[in-house]
Design a protein around this ligand. Structure first.
Ligand SMILES: Cc1cc2nc3c(=O)[nH]c(=O)nc-3n(C[C@H](O)[C@H](O)[C@H](O)COP(=O)(O)O)c2cc1C
Length: 362
């Protein structure tokens, strides 16, 4: 029975998915220098991950604007060239019967080079030197909210099925939400309501641009990556999710990172950490990601209605992961050393499909 639920169809926004395994957003730094997805690599990389039709992929974090980005070879979605580059990716995914959302981010203070103790440490990417972070002006905040809306519209132009706002892992939306980074004393800081204001405005702007059923958000209340994590995340994040439920009940999904992972790695949860009470506040589709195994993915989706699970690291080395899960086959270990090798095809494409799946899936 548990097995069946993971491979049961589910409607998410406008999409009819055929099972509940999701490829979560995974930054790989393989885009061209101008932020265009590389046409030799990206269409193949994404489309081969929907070997099983009806799979949902969430594209890697994508810059909403030039000033919101800054990491070398991360993609963007703010120029016509980038949009055309993504169109090749989304066409390739759709040709396989897959679906693809784009995760959109503004790096915020991470972009400006703060010395953070635990910034994606496996990265061999040379981060550019940048000035010290500062508070945004109110006018800049309004512009940045608008940039998410433009990015959402551009994503639809690029053929994406929707967007996931990156509200996790210490990027701009998360920086506003959490008191460890939000030191403002104006209408965007201080109280929970004020700290939630930016994220809720971003959601509203994207909903206005492309419709609630094509908008989603990812949150990570427990993650310590990028020097985040409030002492007690519950008051802030329960408020935020309750507001999503109240104002935007038609969002495609809410995506939460489980307490046992942070960014690209495992972490030891704090005592009592659990995504459960947060999930209970959201009545729509819920995606949980972080540290799931073949068994726990089956158990989770079987015991929690309207849920899907993201499988990150193992999906990098197993493009045929969904089929392997279905057949309960052993997975190829992932290779952390090639997670972020800029522009290199090595460790990005070229992972072999299992011979045993031949004829049945490809
Ligand atoms: C190489 C790498 C890059 C990642 N990039 C992103 C990203 O762009 N956006 C994001 O929200 N999470 C990112 N993550 C986190 C994953 O989406 C996922 O939450 C994490 O890998 C935990 O799931 P897992 O235990 O199944 O790997 C990244 C993880 C890895 C390993």
């Amino acid at each position: 029975m548990a097995e069946e639920v993971l491979f049961t169809p589910i409607k998410v926004g406008r999409m009819e998915l055929r099972h509940r395994i999701v490829f979560p957003p995974i930054t790989r730094y393989r885009a061209d220098d101008d932020g265009t997805p590389n046409e030799e690599l990206a269409p193949e990389y994404y489309s081969e991950r929907c070997l099983v039709p009806g799979t949902l992929l969430i594209a890697e974090a994508t810059d909403v604007s030039s000033r919101g980005g800054g990491w070398p070879n991360a993609p963007g979605i703010f120029t016509e060239k980038q949009i055309a580059g993504w169109k090749k990716v989304t066409d390739a995914v759709h040709a396989k019967g897959g679906f693809i959302f784009d995760q959109v981010w503004n790096l915020g203070r991470v972009n400006v080079g703060t010395k953070l103790p635990d910034v994606y440490s496996a990265s061999d990417v040379q981060m550019p030197e940048r000035p010290k972070p500062r508070s945004l002006t109110i006018a800049e905040i309004h512009e940045m909210v608008d940039e998410y809306g433009v990015a959402a519209a551009n994503a639809i132009k690029a053929g994406f099925d929707g967007i996931e706002i990156h509200g996790a892992h210490g990027y701009l939306v998360d920086q506003f939400l959490q008191d460890v980074t939000n030191l403002r004393t104006d209408e965007y800081g201080g109280s929970i309501e004020n700290r939630a204001k930016f994220g809720l405005e971003v959601v509203a702007k994207c909903v206005e641009a492309i419709g609630a059923d094509r908008v989603a958000i990812r949150l990570s209340p427990f993650s310590k990556v990028q020097a985040m994590r409030m002492k007690d995340p519950w008051p802030t994040f329960s408020y935020f999710i309750s507001q999503l439920q109240l104002r935007f009940p038609g969002l495609a999904y809410v995506h939460m990172v489980e307490p046992r992972t942070a960014g690209n790695n495992d972490q030891i949860p704090e005592e009592g950490d659990s995504s459960e009470p947060y999930r209970e506040l959201w009545k729509g589709i819920w995606i949980a990601a972080g540290g799931f195994t073949q068994d726990s993915a089956r158990e989770y989706t079987a015991s929690h209605p309207n849920t899907l699970v993201g499988i990150g690291r193992y999906y990098t080395s197993n493009p045929d992961l969904v089929a392997k899960f279905k057949e309960r086959m052993e997975l190829v270990p992932y290779d952390r050393s090639t997670f972020y090798t800029n522009k290199s095809p090595v460790g990005y494409i070229g992972w072999k499909y299992s011979e045993e799946l031949k004829g049945k899936y490809y």
